[in-house]
Design a protein around this ligand. Structure first.
Ligand SMILES: [Mn+2]
Length: 463
């Protein structure tokens, strides 16, 4: 199945309408169906596609997961997970079937995505899954709310299980997640083939009787490094010097945790992990000092291993970038006029797939990820891509595609040029971002479709 396909849905026509929808969403940067469609007929076609019960978000995600799985073969893959909220602050009256946002102020839902990233290079391999949390139960009693929260916190363990099931070809899988994933149940019940790397939020009790934060404070500093901190709220981006401490630890099962697991087995009373404490030294005045306590199942006994864990955790930033492009200038998911939750969820999954494709190329554009072309391209499209590349190259050396045709960077250059990027890399010229890549994809998908049609008619003439 080609890259621009959302799934087969048991129907050739649905498969092709799905492909068309993904392609235009990539280019038009909107979730508004009548602006995506080229005419009234297509508006109706897209609307019916999304409303068709045979078209499911599950199939689109299984299809994306299948591609990610093929590409994960033999690699150490980070399964980076995070949750984002989608809020419709000004659409109170029109929405139907939506739950409430986190503060119960407007209709909204949550997307919990799992992204496969290559540990060695930080290159995006693909989308593995996305769970949708829609709090339709409303406020309810405390008891009900508690049960719902338990169910929602289960998303982290469930994500690890999906990664284990879908990325079977990977050499190693490491789940990477932020403070929300600091859940004993996850540490105790992770799938055997999934390593964990989570940021701790709780002052967890250790079997030694100490609390984890106190234990970390008492550890000797093992080394320092400088890391760049992205801008957050009013705080500007900065370079932070951090001190690294690490140790093997054993955590005690908290009193409130479920003692009997769903399978009927008893919850282990302790879990053995490693902790890497990352603490900023001399933070600038007024800035919130960076402090991460990272819990992992990877052994950390040397400074080099501690640095590696920090580097992997920092790749979590990629999923935040994907979410940002979903909400901001790129796809504006929160401006969607789609009134019915079921249809919106399908549309949101199409948008997420488009956002991941664009981010993959942005990160690969300089060749630093060293990824092969096949991380994004069906080999059947290669002859067409070679021709397109030739037509885009200028006469001067500066305007030749500088990358090897086997590399993903070569493909990123083509898509960026189709998206309107000048091709100049000297200072003063902006490198292509997600917007440009989205634009490039819509043109590319059209050209490839035309190429297929032309070849088919050439075959017919020969007969
Ligand atoms: Mn988060």
């Amino acid at each position: 199945m080609s890259e621009a396909s959302l799934g087969r849905f048991g129907d050739k026509r649905l498969e092709s309408v799905g492909g068309a929808l993904l392609a235009v969403m990539q280019g038009k940067r909107t979730l508004c169906v009548h602006r995506l469609a080229k005419d009234r007929n297509q508006t109706i076609q897209f609307g019916r596609f999304l409303a068709n019960p045979a078209v499911t978000a599950q199939e689109m995600l299984a299809n994306a997961g299948r591609l990610a799985s093929q590409r994960a073969g033999g690699r150490h893959v980070l399964a980076i997970m995070d949750t984002t909220d989608v809020r419709f602050a000004t659409h109170e009256a029109s929405k139907c079937g939506f739950g409430r946002d986190a503060n119960d102020t407007c209709p909204g839902l949550f997307l919990h995505a799992v992204l496969a990233v290559e540990a060695a290079t930080g290159g995006v391999i693909g989308l593995v899954d996305c769970a949708v949390l829609n709090r339709t139960e409303g406020k309810g009693t405390d008891h009900k709310k508690r049960a719902a929260e338990d169910k929602e916190s289960h998303r982290w363990l469930h994500g690890a299980e999906i990664a284990a099931d879908r990325l079977t070809e990977a050499e190693t899988i490491t789940m990477v997640a932020d403070r929300e994933s600091d859940i004993y149940d996850l540490f105790a019940r992770r799938p055997a083939n999934v390593h964990l790397l989570c940021r701790s939020a709780q002052p967890r009790a250790m079997t030694s009787g100490e609390l984890l934060p106190d234990h970390c404070t008492g550890l000797p500093e093992q080394g320092r490094e400088t890391i760049s901190v992205p801008p957050k709220g009013k705080q500007k981006a900065r370079q932070a010097t951090v001190a690294l401490r690490f140790d093997a630890i054993s955590l005690r099962c908290p009193a409130g945790a479920r003692l009997i697991t769903a399978g009927g087995g008893a919850q282990p009373k302790t879990v053995a992990l490693w902790v890497v404490d990352v603490r900023e030294v001399d933070p600038p005045e007024g800035a919130e000092p960076l402090h991460w306590r990272l819990l992992t199942t990877h052994a950390v006994t040397t400074l080099a291993e501690a640095r590696q864990v920090v580097a992997w955790y920092r790749m979590r930033w990629i999923i935040e970038q994907v979410f940002r492009s979903l909400k901001s200038h790129c796809l504006r998911i929160e401006d969607s006029q789609m009134e019915e939750a079921g249809c919106f969820i399908k549309l949101a999954v199409v948008a997420l797939i488009a956002a991941v494709r664009a981010m993959q190329l942005v990160l690969a554009r300089d060749g630093t990820t060293g990824q092969p072309l096949t991380d994004a391209v069906d080999p059947a499209a290669l002859p067409a891509l070679r021709q397109i590349n030739t037509s885009l190259e200028g006469r001067t050396k500066k305007l030749k595609n500088p990358h090897d045709p086997g590399q993903l960077a070569w493909f990123a250059w083509i898509v960026a040029r189709l998206g309107g990027w000048s091709g100049y890399t000297s200072s003063g010229y902006k490198p292509p971002g997600p917007k440009t890549m989205h634009h490039g994809f819509i043109r590319l998908d059209q050209i490839l479709l035309g190429w297929q049609l032309a070849n088919r008619s050439a075959d017919l003439r020969l007969r």
